[in-house]
Ligand binder design. Sequence first.
Ligand code: 0PR
Length: 353
Amino acid sequence: MQRPEPQEFARVLSSMCTEPHPAARAAAERYLATNPGDPGTYGAVADLEREAVEMLGAVTRLDDPTGYVTSGGTEANIQAIRIARNRKRDVVDRPNVVVPDHAHFSFTKAADLLSVDIRRAPLDEDYRADPEAMTALVDGDTVGVVAVAGSTEYGRVDPVPALADLAHDSDALLHVDAAWGGFALPFTDHAWDFADAPVDTMTIDPHKLGQAAVPAGGLLARAPALFDTLAVDTPYLESTSQVTLTGTRSGAGVASAVAAMEALWPDGYRAEYERAQDLAEWFADELRDRGYDVVDPTLPLVAVDVPTDTVEALREAGWRLSKTGAGEARVVVMPHVTRGMLRAVLADLDRLG
Ligand code: 0PR
């Protein structure tokens, strides 16, 4: 039977995933049949996972990092909320987590799964978390505060140090969601990482800007003890306990994350960030010249107010475009997005708009 071809990237403008780096693709294939969830049997991939965590620590400036390679940002965010909840299990009856309104919907899943209330605070006028609005929602039952470093809709970076203070003043944990932004932010002057602020846990996904194969997300914690609250006994494995959410996990994801980071950290990621940021700014200027309202790209992500009919027409022309909650078209300048592609979408916009 003829199977459909997987998605080609030539017209994909909305995804936060991309073509894996060639070394990441090769590594994924070699490790397809390994399971880092069973380190007693699959020792080589377990060693590679330790390397992945070390490298994620280098990217986020965390010495002696603890963590693991998750199935993606969703799992990492769920586990971070679970850590925050379990840490205060004996003292808080109705735990809540305070997040800025742009926090990814994976936090809504986490809240539902973990019976934690999620409190969403309005953003400031530049689409960033507003520490005052978040402070108003914190109380004695708050177990966690979330900051986003590279928001899904507008690529914004929240004031992480202020939110860390807010969390710690109420003995809650500060979690940073850098699922998408984590591999671009080291080359910006935003304050976002473990060295800039007393961040407790962080999501940073190799399968997004890290250029690894899917599935490869990342969860890091400042102190190993934070993971202790997640440990369950594993009686019939050679290892005696497990802190991950899933059991069998992707060795391909782990191996490809290491291969991508070895190939690209730091110079390759820097060059890609500079290319993508230049391109995003050029694209934003082109759109403004045509009279469209554009949300300024602080990271390589452009949101532009284009009429719904025009977005539909562009989709029919084959472009994969998504919209923000407020209705802007959203273009994520990932490694597969070239100037040629953006020139072509501008030409289609001129024709169809
Ligand atoms: N945190 C942030 C900041 C994210 O942007 C995402 C995913 C996640 C966590 C969850 O990561 P996983 O999907 O790996 O679990 N970001 C968007 C999403 O898939 C990307 C996106 C959005 C892609 C809209 C396409 C689209 O049309 O939900």
